[in-house]
Ligand binder design. Structure first.
Ligand code: ADP
Ligand code: MG
Length: 295
């Protein structure tokens, strides 16, 4: 079987679902060369190629098919927003891209490398793909600075001094350099989430995954986190974001994807998916969100 992905490049427009482009039953892989991840010795790439290319992804938990033939491209510097009801598979999709879940079938290419290949170094992928969760998941007994330096020191073996320089630059970036010595519980929820974002940025990722990062915040703290995401997008960061913040999606997303029961039902620019949805299920979901926002 051919090395997957190569011949599909150029077939897909950014963000447009390509269900049925490839039908495979069994996972098969090419010769066992050691794959390079995202630029570390990889062949030069066409900047027009998607940074992230998900093909025919399937994932089940037992009998529960959670991702059903999901195909999606995320172009370099683009912001793709996932919307959908609770349980539709948004978190699982993000977790698959970060290799926190093992996929059952399909391909996930990051900068041209299939990261589902078992020979790929998962730590290396995770340093290039930052992930931020709804619950900030900071270590409460560590200072803000120690939370941010943990992965550069423990996973990447960076000397402490170098890791601290990087971490302080990231804390500065998220507007929290004055909180480096604080413990997480001395910070507001919005500040804790910004620390979690700094922690994800510290390894210089090429892609950021954000999973409902404002859902646990008090309403008055949501804005500071969304502003930070908007700035990251303006600086060229590529982002895949699960969120219920429709205003943010409308303003910042290049592409909005509606997930329904593990299928990507509708994909397109916000003006289309949010304002002129083609599918009844999308309309139903959006009207429920609008209704909830009114209450
Ligand atoms: P969303 O983020 O859109 O709310 P999830 O990806 O969290 O959806 O969940 C999709 C489905 O997968 C749900 O039915 C959920 O119960 C199930 N699920 C998620 N994670 C697990 C897991 N670790 N084990 C079993 N089922 C899971
Ligand atoms: Mg979720």
């Amino acid at each position: 079987m051919r090395r997957r992905g190569i011949e599909q490049r150029g077939v897909n427009q950014r963000g447009v679902e390509q269900r049925g482009v490839e039908q495979r039953g069994v996972r098969q892989r090419g010769p066992r060369e050691s794959p390079a991840v995202a630029g570390d010795g990889a062949a030069p790439r066409d900047p027009a190629d998607p940074l992230l290319s998900i093909r025919n992804l399937r994932k089940s938990f037992g009998a529960n098919l959670v991702l059903d033939d999901v195909s999606l491209d995320v172009g370099q510097g683009n912001c793709v927003v996932l919307i959908g009801a609770s349980g539709s598979g948004k978190s699982t999709l993000l977790r698959c891209v970060n290799l926190l879940e093992v996929v059952d079938d399909g391909v996930i290419e990051l900068a041209g490398t299939d990261i589902t290949d078992p020979r790929v170094n998962a730590d290396e992928v995770r340093s290039r793909v930052g992930i931020v969760f709804q619950a900030f998941n900071l270590f409460p007994h560590l200072s803000v600075l120690q939370n941010v330096t943990l992965s550069p020191i423990k996973v990447h073996g960076l000397p402490r001094a170098e890791a601290e320089v990087r971490a302080l630059a990231m804390l500065e970036r998220v507007g929290l350099s004055d909180k480096a010595a604080a413990k997480p519980d001395e910070l507001s929820g919005g500040q804790q989430q910004r620390v979690a974002i700094a922690r994800a940025l510290v390894n210089s990722p090429v892609l950021m995954l954000l999973d409902e990062v404002t859902s646990a915040l008090d309403p008055e703290l949501v804005g500071e986190v969304l502003s930070l995401l908007r700035e990251l997008k303006d600086e060229g960061m590529t982002m895949l974001i699960a969120t219920h913040e429709m205003g943010f999606a409308r303003q910042v997303a290049d592409t909005v994807c509606f997930l329904d029961g593990g299928r990507l039902l509708e994909v397109g620019p916000p003006s289309q998916v949010l304002h002129d949805p083609q599918q009844a299920r999308t309309r139903q979901f959006l009207s429920r969100i609008i209704e909830a926002a009114r209450l």
